[in-house]
Design a protein around this ligand. Structure first.
Ligand SMILES: C[S@@+](CC[C@H](N)C(=O)[O-])C[C@H]1O[C@@H](n2cnc3c(N)ncnc32)[C@H](O)[C@@H]1O
Length: 161
């Protein structure tokens, strides 16, 4: 498979998972976008999430398209290992976390994912959903089938509790 095909399939899987998660949200709480990047998936969530749920966006630096820059009060800039524990300390209820943090550095990506699983298990409320471009591991996160059309191991879906 060409890299272009692989890229397109990853984005299709990402969109299917985001749309499925938005339509499956039954717990109250905020949404976390971990890896704001260009802001594409943030913009998608923002367009589809109803009911005034805040969307907190995290990245080490701001590189989003000008039309996709979150309001200052929901923008968390800095290293995730610092900003996410600081956010957790505020005990904001969270219903959905989307992690899109993968980079070309496979070792760093895997190390971050190993830290992130247990951290998200603390942050996301019972019944909440976690979507991730990387596999996560925490006893409280139960892996669930991704929506139809998402190939196995292309995107990872978990429900807490
Ligand atoms: C694949 S991009 C996100 C793309 C974005 N979701 C979009 O649709 O435009 C990954 C982002 O994660 C951020 N990131 C990766 N590791 C991070 C870390 N340890 N702390 C904070 N941000 C991190 C990078 O700076 C990068 O902007």
């Amino acid at each position: 498979m060409s890299r272009l095909d692989s890229f397109i399939r990853r984005l299709e899987a990402q969109r299917l998972c985001l749309d499925w998660a938005v339509s499956s949200l039954d717990a109250p709480g905020a949404v976390l976008e971990l890896g704001l990047g260009n802001g594409r998936t943030y913009d998608h969530l923002r367009e589809r999430i109803a009911g005034g749920r805040p969307i907190y966006a995290f990245d080490r630096h701001l590189a989003a398209h000008p039309a996709c820059v979150p309001p200052a009060e929901t923008l968390c800039l800095g290293e995730l290992r610092e900003t996410l524990p600081a956010f957790a300390a505020k005990r904001v209820p969270v219903a959905l976390a989307h992690a899109d943090l993968g980079s070309g550095d496979a070792a760093a990506t895997a190390a971050l994912a190993a830290w992130l699983g247990p951290m998200l298990a603390r942050v996301v409320g019972d019944g909440g959903l976690v979507l991730s471009d990387q596999p996560l591991d925490a006893p409280q996160l139960r892996r669930v089938e991704p929506p139809a059309g998402v190939p196995a191991d292309r995107y990872f879906v978990y429900r807490r509790g």
